[in-house]
Design a protein around this ligand. Structure first.
Ligand SMILES: [Zn+2]
Length: 136
C-alpha cells in the first residue's frame, strides 16, 4: 500500500495520480506564487546588504584613509561575506568587488579600496572572446 500524500500548499490528502503534488490548480498557483515571493524577498535582502556595503565602501574611499580595521568596519554595518565578485584569494586575505569598488579584506584589515574603471571602456574583444583589461 502506498503512503498517503498531501497537497504541498494546503495539506489536503491527495487522490488520483501518484505524482500529483497539489489538490487543485488554485493550490498549485498559490504554492508557486508563495515560492516566487520568497525568492524575491531573499534577493531583495541580499541587494539591501550589498547596497549598504557599497555605501560604507564609498564613504571609506572618500575619507582618503587607506587601511581600516575590519571589526571597526563591521561595526559600521559592513558584511564581508557579501560581495559581487571574488577577484583573488591571497594569503590571509581576499580581493573582492562590490559593484564598482574593489578592496582587500581579511579578518583584521580592509585595505586597497579603489573605484573600478568603466568596464565598457576597458573591454577588449580578442579571437571572438571578450576580455576585461581592468586596471587596479
Ligand atoms: Zn491544496
Amino acid at each position: 500500500m502506498e503512503k498517503q500524500k498531501y497537497c504541498l500548499n494546503c495539506g489536503a490528502p491527495l487522490h488520483g495520480r501518484m505524482d500529483k503534488l497539489y489538490c487543485s490548480e488554485h493550490c498549485k498557483d498559490t504554492w508557486h506564487n508563495k515560492r516566487k515571493s520568497r525568492i524575491r524577498k531573499k534577493r531583495a535582502s541580499v541587494m539591501s546588504v550589498l547596497n549598504n556595503n557599497h555605501e560604507i565602501l564609498t564613504a571609506l574611499l572618500q575619507s582618503g584613509r587607506t587601511v581600516w580595521i575590519t571589526p571597526l568596519v563591521e561595526a559600521m554595518g559592513f558584511k564581508p561575506d557579501y560581495f559581487t565578485r571574488l577577484v583573488e584569494i591571497g594569503s590571509g586575505s581576499i580581493r573582492c568587488e562590490c559593484f564598482d569598488i574593489r578592496y582587500d579584506v581579511s579578518k583584521t584589515k580592509l585595505s586597497r579600496i579603489t573605484q573600478m574603471p568603466d568596464y565598457k571602456k576597458e573591454r577588449q574583444v580578442e579571437n571572438g572572446q571578450i576580455s576585461f583589461a581592468a586596471k587596479s
